[in-house]
Design a protein around this ligand. Structure first.
Ligand code: BES
Ligand code: MN
Ligand code: MN
Length: 453
């Protein structure tokens, strides 16, 4: 019995995940390059112990991909599990109650960077493989492809997928890297936003100046950048880049109604985030604003003096990092060039402006009429006692569109996180109940998928 097996091995499952979470696999920080590799090796070993037959660390120009497979019969269908073992940088460190790479269990949750995004969710799949293997219940073939560069834009993954088409042959992609509506209301993600991410630099004078001697006579790049950024939205909260909305797919009234049927409590949402009010594009609900509408946000802004006390300076440069979340059928490259053209046009003659694209990814909508989606739905019904609600998440997993394009494969986004898990934030955590129920749900998925009805 799956539940009995989980009960009996509960502590070991957690110990193994905790040991993995101790490895600071921060892909963005080159000081952690060897830690990222250590995390990959640890996963490879655990996949082998779980019963994968071929396990490999495949090199890329960046961090390695962990590949594993267990082929029980080439005539049976194959599920390709994708996830990522890299994590976001843990800063600001001082806001963590316990250190990000010293996992602790409090209130039935594991606190650590990567606990939910995505090591905790990947580890459910490793344990699901172990369970099916030990109980002789693996009903189809499994492949794993777990990358180490998701949090920095998966720069080398497109090439990897193209080079490994044969190895990656499968019938469906299964990913746990998204969130449920709540523990009471299971859901399956059927849409993810795309992304266009740029960095901008505004240059004024050729050196930092005394803000008294020159202030008022020379353009201050920070003042200019702030004004340019402010001009990127109109008073209705719409992105004011010409052409930005041209290709946005409009949902039918029926589709919008269905989307808004998902349980959502605005007061609770505000309270959880400490907000007096929400904000966004006029005419859309909060669920629509994150699910089906494109957006633009500044992710970071810097320049001038930010140290202790006051320094009177008119800086030479100001910078910002800006992300645009995209929806069907916006094209990330096209949006990046529309942004660039418009941003440059906003610049007064007193400054120079540079826009550097960092990365992008296409939005996706996954099918709900497939055998794999039905299997996921049944698995939730069985383990959670409720039919999961299809939802559109605001985050991005750029590789999903690539899987479709390069391998012709659809994805099932069967994630078990919660929006309150604080991914990318201090005190990231993952509920033990999410972990164990998730593992059980994954095992159930395979049974339903292989049964194929
Ligand atoms: N797991 C997240 C994406 C996510 C989170 C989807 C919650 C749905 C719900 C993923 O690791 C992530 O953070 N992706 C990045 C994209 C990337 C190119 C850096 C994102 O969405 O910012
Ligand atoms: Mn993730
Ligand atoms: Mn992430």
């Amino acid at each position: 019995m799956v539940q009995t097996y989980i009960e009996q091995h509960r502590q070991r499952f957690l110990d193994e995940l905790i040991a993995w979470l101790r490895i600071p696999s921060v892909s963005a920080d080159s000081r952690h390059t060897s830690d990222v590799r250590r995390a990959a090796i640890y996963l490879k070993e655990k996949l082998a112990e779980a019963g994968a037959e071929k396990t490999e660390l495949i090199e890329t120009p960046g961090h390695p991909v962990v590949y594993a497979e267990k082929i029980i019969d080439p005539a049976l269908p194959t599920v390709l599990v994708y996830g990522h073992y890299d994590v976001q940088p843990p800063d600001p460190l001082e806001l963590w109650t316990s250190p990000p790479f010293e996992p602790v269990i409090r209130d039935e949750k594991i606190f650590a960077r990567g606990a939910c995004d995505d090591k905790g969710q990947v580890y459910m799949h490793v344990k699901a493989l172990e369970i099916m293997n030990r109980l002789n219940a693996l009903p189809c073939n499994i492949k794993f492809m777990v990358e180490g560069e998701e949090e920095v834009g998966s720069a080398h993954l497109a090439e990897f997928v193209k080079q490994n088409r044969n190895r990656l042959k499968a019938d469906v992609i299964l990913i746990s890297d998204t969130a449920l509506i709540s523990l009471d209301t299971p859901s399956i993600t059927v849409g993810l936003r795309g992304l266009s991410y740029v960095e901008v630099e505004v240059t004024g004078p050729n050196r930092d100046l005394h803000s008294g001697v020159y202030g008022g006579a020379v353009a201050n790049p920070i003042n200019v950048l702030a004004k340019m950024i402010a001009a990127l939205h109109d008073d209705d909260g719409r992105v004011a880049i010409p052409g930005f909305y041209n290709k946005v797919a409009m949902l039918t009234d029926e589709e919008r109604r269905a989307l808004n049927l998902a349980p959502f409590n605005l007061d609770q949402y505000k309270q959880e985030l400490g907000l007096a009010d929400v904000h966004g594009e006029k005419g859309y609900t909060t669920l629509e604003r994150t699910g089906i509408r494109p957006t633009l946000d500044v992710n970071g802004i810097w320049g001038g003096y930010t140290g202790e006390g006051a320094k009177t300076v008119l800086p030479s440069k100001a910078n910002a990092k800006i992300s645009m979340r995209l929806v069907p059928h916006q094209d990330p490259n096209e949006i990046t060039s529309l942004f660039t053209k418009h941003f440059l046009s906003l610049a007064p003659a007193s400054v120079k402006v540079k826009v550097t694209p960092l990365h992008g990814g296409e939005p996706v909508v996954t099918p709900t009429d497939s055998k794999a989606f039905r299997a996921a739905s049944r698995a939730f019904e069985e383990v959670w006692g409720k039919t999961p609600i299809p939802t559109r998440d605001g985050g991005s997993i750029p590789i999903v569109a690539l899987f479709k394009k390069e391998l012709g494969l659809d994805t099932v986004l069967m994630g078990f996180g919660l929006d309150s898990d604080a991914i990318h934030s201090p005190n990231e955590h993952y509920g033990l109940i999410n972990f164990f129920r998730g593992t059980e749900t994954i095992v159930a998925f395979y049974r339903h998928f292989a049964a194929g009805n």
